[in-house]
Design a protein around this ligand. Structure first.
Ligand code: ME8
Length: 564
């Protein structure tokens, strides 16, 4: 059956009523298919995003899950927006903290890192992360890479041998000046110990002006902006040379040419981002510089001060951006080992579902701010937005189609879309060119909450439309109009499901399956009907008559008592 409205795609005498600007998929078109590629197309081609590599002295908890899920949403979003993505995560396995933890457990550091690294690898499966690589700093490829970077710093004259005498916090794996201590402890509250030993230093003090110049030339280097100000103030205050090797323990990468020293664990750890691009064999590789290092606010200094200084000294471009996110408290309390209140990602996934967990983490708090994890809030979010709003829209639409349209995509009957139809489709699809542009901007600046609330709002509009149109009444009065209304709703659902994919990939995918949307028609560019090749004033990609699978519920309600 040919969809009557589809005819309009070929009609030259009907000018499109809305301006049509292709995006997304167009980026993948070769010049022969679509003219000269724009400069921005090339710039937008690659996207490299990283999580911090996690210390294996601790089991995965909600803090790790948070960073990882945020990076995954970005990676998935960028792929759906037509970019070639590399998404890296992994484990940080050297240093005194790991050596100490192993000793306390009467096992070797190697045994410790092998067993705990597995639990972080398992977390990637649990949370449905789409990482392309999982790096471990004990891997051979990494040792070669760190040593190669070290040699470059040495060659540039920024490394010298001296003696460190000062405070060190094993928990933070960080050196502190006397003036930084608060009541004899690190500013983080970690215990410090006095360290006096031979050490190689990195001439960080010489990098103050060059770093400040780099910040000035790259105003988006650290986000949020308030965090960038903190970084700048810290650097403006003057920098001391940084101890980059240790001699009092051996669990680390040996310093080339002086095996009595192992490299400072943060030097070793930061280089992981470069190792994964193929360094040094492939130089910096096609994905360098990284587009985004996602980190918690506690480790911003390492990423925004030390790391660009190391790279600039090595003659390698620094990453384009570091985003420092906030911290979660648990039911109002600081998460800590002594309180034993850390929540394992597996526990949440088991109780609420993987997409529900992902959704809550990114929806609840503006990214960058601190947040509080409360089960009650989680259940409320899941029920009101996923189950009652989006789930209900899907359920009502799909079950009416199953019942009254012989279980296949309904026909949109001419004449053309009514103002109400148009308003909804424009909100969900066409203006989603606007919505999509807004979403791209939101995603590029990690405003996940905003991106999600836009989608939820679109679903509310669709629910208002279904109530106003009351297709159940039209069944007798005007069955053709009922079909048109259900068509518009199915199209809206398609748009909503496409946009939800980065956040809740499994549920969104199943929703698209229920709409029989082919796997290769699920990119952001497909929000506009069949993609940029088929401009239409109002998109309608779903083909009337296409058989649909029997509808099933996708967003279950969580029983309130479960929350207790
Ligand atoms: O720092 N809320 O590893 P890590 C939010 N190995 N995020 C939290 C959190 C919380 N309550 N608790 C921890 C390291 N995090 C280094 C990184 S990268 C070259 C090396 C976050 O396992 C924390 O902010 O201690 C950090 O970004 C991440 O978990 C990893 O912490």
């Amino acid at each position: 059956m040919k969809h009557p409205a589809a005819m309009r795609w070929g009609r030259k005498d009907t000018p499109p009523q809305l301006e049509y600007r292709p995006y997304g998929l167009a980026l993948n078109r070769s010049p022969s298919q679509g003219g000269e590629p724009k400069k921005t197309d090339i710039m937008r081609d690659h996207y490299y995003v990283t999580t911090p590599i996690y210390y294996v002295n601790d089991r995965p908890h909600i803090g790790h899950a948070y960073t990882s899920v945020a990076c995954d949403a970005l990676a998935r979003y960028m792929r759906l927006d037509g970019r070639r993505v590399k998404f890296l995560t992994g484990t940080d396995e050297h240093g005194q903290k790991i050596e100490k933890t192993a000793k306390a457990q009467h096992i070797t550091p190697q045994e410790l890192v092998d067993s705990v690294s597995v639990s972080f690898r398992e977390m990637t499966g649990l949370l449905n992360l789409s990482n392309d690589d999982f790096i471990r700093t004990t891997e051979e490829r990494h040792k070669r890479s760190v040593q190669a970077v070290w040699k470059r710093l040495e060659a540039s004259g920024d490394i010298y041998l001296g003696k460190y005498a000062g405070w060190y916090a094993v928990r933070d794996e960080a050196f502190y000046a006397e003036s930084e201590l608060i009541d004899g402890k690190a500013p983080s509250g970690a215990e410090v110990e006095w360290v006096e030993e031979p050490s190689y230093f990195f001439r960080l003090s010489a990098w103050r002006e060059r770093l400040l110049k780099f910040y000035e030339e790259n105003p988006g280097f650290v986000m949020p902006a308030s965090r960038f100000n903190e970084v700048k103030r810290f650097v403006e205050g003057g920098l001391q040379d940084l101890s980059v090797s240790r001699t009092s323990f051996s669990w680390g990468v040996p310093v080339p040419g002086d095996e009595a020293h192992v490299m400072y664990v943060w030097f070793d750890a930061l280089v992981n981002y470069l190792t994964a691009t193929g360094y040094p064999d492939a130089n910096e590789g096609e994905f360098w510089p990284a587009d985004l290092h996602m980190v918690g606010k506690d480790i911003l200094r390492f990423h925004a001060v030390y790391w660009p200084a190391f790279l600039l000294s090595a003659g390698i471009a620094p990453p384009k951006r570091v985003f420092a996110h906030g911290w979660w408290t648990i039911e109002g309390e600081k998460m800590s080992k002594s309180l034993g209140n850390a929540i394992a990602p597996g526990e949440l996934v088991e109780q609420y579902g993987v997409d529900q967990t992902r959704y809550f983490l990114l929806r609840e708090v503006p990214f960058g701010n601190d947040g509080n994890f409360a089960r009650e809030a989680m259940v409320r979010r899941i029920n009101s937005e996923l189950a009652n709003n989006i789930g209900n829209l899907a359920q009502r639409t799909l079950s009416m189609i199953a019942k009254h349209c012989e279980g296949s995509v309904p026909v949109y009957h001419e004449p053309a879309f009514t103002p109400e139809d148009r308003a909804l489709l424009e909100r969900v699809l066409v203006t989603s060119e606007k919505t999509a542009a807004e979403m791209r901007e939101a995603m590029e600046s990690c405003r996940f909450q905003e991106a999600l609330s836009g989608i939820v709002e679109a679903a509310s509009k669709a629910n208002e439309y279904i109530d106003a149109m009351a297709p159940w009444k039209l069944k007798k009065e005007n069955p053709e109009r009922m079909e048109s209304v259900l068509y518009v709703l199915a199209e809206s659902l398609r748009g909503i499901a496409i946009m939800l994919q980065p956040f809740i990939p499994d549920s969104a995918g199943r929703l698209l399956d229920l709409l029989a949307v082919p796997q290769d028609k699920r990119m952001f560019a497909h929000l506009h009907a069949d993609g940029p090749e088929k401009p239409a004033d109002i998109p309608h990609a779903l083909k009337p008559g296409t058989p649909l699978p029997a509808p099933v519920g996708i967003f279950p309600r969580i029983a309130e008592e479960k929350a207790a």
